[in-house]
Design a protein around this ligand. Structure first.
Ligand code: GSH
Length: 214
């Protein structure tokens, strides 16, 4: 069977969750850049909600990062990123949902886009959007800090899971903002987790197509 295909654009946080998990699982995949056709019929045929990523594997075409991540973990060999224990799985899914609902929206959609993406396009940052998001980011980081305190290596404790790869790309993109650089040192256990994640073989092997991609 041919290699799976990830459709997306290189700087996408959600796309990079999928690419990190595929790399961790040692799955060879093709990457198709949709940037030139975003919102056009070719893209909408793959993702009717006009987003990325999309995964194609044989006769399966699937969108929504959590669906792709859990499919990849189940369908391909290699070290599992899903705990066998139902309670630990509930925690993992709680993290996935928290990234979708709180970490990504406030860190990326409200701050990184305003500070880095819009200025690149000649659009001024909306200070009100940033000011509204920053306390929410601090709350989110305090939650991660509490979870990772007391020497816990990963979000679920000792076990690396989809939750860790789900959170990592948002924290990388936010680290590129001045706000990220000033807020992160307040959360030392979280910073140690980022360092640990950055040193994993999968993260080291994952070569983003540009420096701002994960
Ligand atoms: N619920 C979607 C969200 C995906 C998403 O928001 N992707 C962003 C890139 S990181 C996107 O497609 N943005 C394009 C846009 O908003 O026009 C998922 O989990 O995959």
């Amino acid at each position: 069977m041919s290699d799976p295909i990830v459709y997306g654009f290189p700087r996408s946080t959600f796309v990079n969750i999928v690419r990190l998990i595929l790399t961790h699982k040692d799955v060879t995949y093709e990457f198709h850049d949709l940037e030139p056709v975003m919102g056009k019929p070719d893209h909408l045929a793959l993702h009717p909600f006009n987003r990325v990523p999309i995964l194609r594997d044989g006769d399966l075409t699937v969108y929504e990062t959590s669906a792709i991540a859990t499919y990849v973990d189940e369908a391909f060999g290699g070290a599992s990123l899903t705990p066998k224990d139902a309670k630990a799985r509930a925690r993992m899914n709680q993290w996935i949902s928290a990234v979708n609902s709180y970490y990504y929206p406030y860190m990326i959609y409200h701050v990184t886009h305003e500070r880095l993406v819009f200025p690149e396009l000649g659009i001024a940052s909306d200070e009100k959007v940033v000011a509204h998001a920053l306390p929410k980011v601090e709350t989110a980081l305090a939650v991660a800090e509490r979870q990772l305190a007391h020497g816990k290596e990963f979000l679920l404790g000792d076990e690396l899971s989809i939750a860790d790869f789900y959170l990592l790309p948002s924290t990388f993109a936010f680290s590129l903002t001045a706000e990220g650089q000033s807020i992160y040192p307040k959360f030392p256990a979280f910073c140690r987790w980022r360092e640990r994640m950055d040193n994993l073989p999968a993260t080291q092997r994952f070569v983003p197509p540009c420096s701002a991609c994960r």
